[in-house]
Design a protein around this ligand. Structure first.
Ligand SMILES: [Zn+2]
Length: 191
């Protein structure tokens, strides 16, 4: 076998590994376990931030960024109404702040907690910002039940696992968790 053939085999192997990785990645992303003892505490803080967003006249969504030592680095509310910004979702606001302050390598070690499953837009921001772990409360499907056809939030029924699993990075997704608590902040808001 010549070195050229070896190289070819190596390329084939890499493709095979990548395909295997993709399969494993999807499996990994669909795994609902992986809840750390502190995850619920941080998630409940994100729910509190969602409540503050509502108090401020915005949609009831909140997100926080936590480092690997359990330190809360950033918190972000939804600002769609007060900023008149259709992209002012909590997770996108958080990722914008995060990428200005931290390197992509550092963000890979952090966890983003969000009151509701990230939409397709925010999942994209999480992907580009390089956060590798996402924990959410209410599912997008659960949110859709609450919002109905409210034109203020025509929920995109596209699971974040589909978006985050379509890239080239392993991103752990945990959720939904404590959906009753996560739904409470929406009570009476949409209809
Ligand atoms: Zn969003």
């Amino acid at each position: 076998m010549s070195s050229g053939q070896n190289s070819g085999n190596r390329d084939s192997l890499l493709i095979a590994v990548f395909r295997g990785h993709s399969f494993c990645l999807n499996h990994y992303l669909n795994y609902a376990g992986g809840v750390n003892p502190s995850d619920l505490d941080f998630l409940r803080r994100a729910l509190e931030v969602a409540g503050v967003a509502r108090q401020h006249g915005n949609h009831p969504f909140g997100a926080i960024l936590v480092d690997s030592h359990g330190k809360v680095l950033l918190e972000a509310e939804n600002t769609v109404e007060t900023e008149r910004d259709c992209t002012g979702h909590a997770e996108l606001n958080l990722m914008r702040l995060a990428s200005r302050q931290y390197t992509a390598d550092f963000l890979a070690t952090c966890t983003l907690y969000t009151s509701t499953e990230p939409c397709a837009m925010c999942s994209g921001a999480i992907y580009w910002g390089n956060v590798r772990r996402v924990v959410y409360g209410l599912s997008e499907a659960g949110l859709l039940k609450l919002t109905g056809d409210n034109p203020a939030n025509p929920t995109l029924h596209l699971p974040c696992r589909v978006v985050l699993g379509s890239g080239q990075k392993a991103i752990q997704v945990v959720g939904p968790l404590v959906e009753d608590e996560a739904a409470a902040v929406h009570e009476g808001f949409w209809r």
